[in-house]
Design a protein around this ligand. Structure first.
Ligand SMILES: [Mg+2]
Length: 310
């Protein structure tokens, strides 16, 4: 209890509005226990506020996460370039208490675009990659780009199996550690992708994500395994599919705090219902996405620190 009190005593935020927002945010903490009140006193720095926790009943996980958030925010005054985004404090606070985190897959969980890998193996790479760029930059409706690319590739069941055997999809560095840390904390992890379920399932298995926590597109095959189309009923098959998917997840399971993590325009669309959008630029930086991100990261290290409460 003493360590929790010491920890929260060090919770220094750079402005009163920020502190009050953080206090209100963690006052509705489900599923965690949180401190009941803070006493606020000025420091010598005119731009800094210290919050003193007067309630020592706080879970170690939350107090550690709060301290991590505080430490990183304190550091941000000298390293703002490291904590880019339009509401970094909010994103960190939300991540510290999130009960569900949804990850995009292509160029986020994996360091490539699955559909481009599939197209490459079938000799359709350049033609399809051009459509992928247009879709990810938000310059064309997602459903139009998906239909156009699949019409070019027309992948059979055996084409996909052969592709994954020759080229297993590669994880982005650190994503396995981050997802393990979230699972260890009891946070549910979802993979929400405009890519294909068939290609994502092996990735989910490596990461320990249940198949029923994959929201992605389903390719339809004939009885002989030839491509015949895709399931247009999947929420992720159309533009604004990710907010729809997150709404479904939230309605079904009643999560209190959800985070969306991803590199694309379709990921940024997921806030709301996500409480925070963390843009990921470890594979590619998209300026339009960066501008919409509460917090924009180039790797997963800082997120891991918050989740682990380091
Ligand atoms: Mg992506």
């Amino acid at each position: 209890m003493a360590s929790a009190s010491r920890c929260l005593n060090r919770l220094a935020l750079r402005s009163l509005p920020s502190l009050m927002a953080a206090r209100q945010s963690i006052s509705n903490p489900s599923p965690f226990t949180i401190p009941a009140s803070f006493a606020i006193s000025p420091l010598t720095s005119s731009s800094t506020i210290v919050a003193s926790c007067t309630n020592s009943i706080v879970s170690p996980a939350v107090s550690a996460s709060a301290c991590t958030t505080k430490r990183m925010l304190s550091a941000s005054s000298t390293a703002d370039e490291k904590h880019e985004g339009n509401n970094v404090e909010h994103a960190m606070t939300m991540l510290a208490k999130a009960d569900a985190v949804c990850f995009d897959v292509d160029s986020t969980v994996i360091d490539e675009e699955g559909i481009d890998v599939l197209a490459d193996t079938l000799g359709k790479g350049p033609e399809v990659a051009a459509w992928t760029v247009k879709a990810m930059d938000g310059n064309i409706k997602f459903e139009d780009a998906l239909a156009a690319r699949l019409e070019i590739i027309k992948p059979s069941q055996s084409d996909i199996a052969s592709c994954l055997e020759k080229h297993p999809l590669r994880l982005s560095p650190g994503v396995d550690t981050l997802i393990s840390a979230l699972h260890a904390r009891g946070t549910h992890v979802y993979l929400v992708s405009g890519g294909f379920r068939l290609m994502i399932e092996p990735v989910a298995e490596i990461l320990g994500v249940n198949k029923d926590r994959i929201y992605a597109n389903t390719i339809l095959f004939s009885e002989s395994g030839e491509y015949v189309g895709f399931d247009a009923n999947e929420p992720t098959s159309a533009d604004r599919g990710k907010p729809k998917a997150l709404e479904m997840i939230k309605a079904k399971f009643g999560y209190k705090t959800m985070i969306m993590v991803g590199d694309g325009a379709t990921d940024a669309q997921a806030k709301p219902p996500a409480d925070a959008f963390i843009g990921f630029g470890g594979v590619i930086t998209r300026q339009a996405v960066k501008e919409k991100a509460c917090w924009f990261v180039k790797d997963f290290n800082a997120m891991i620190d918050i989740v682990e409460g380091k």
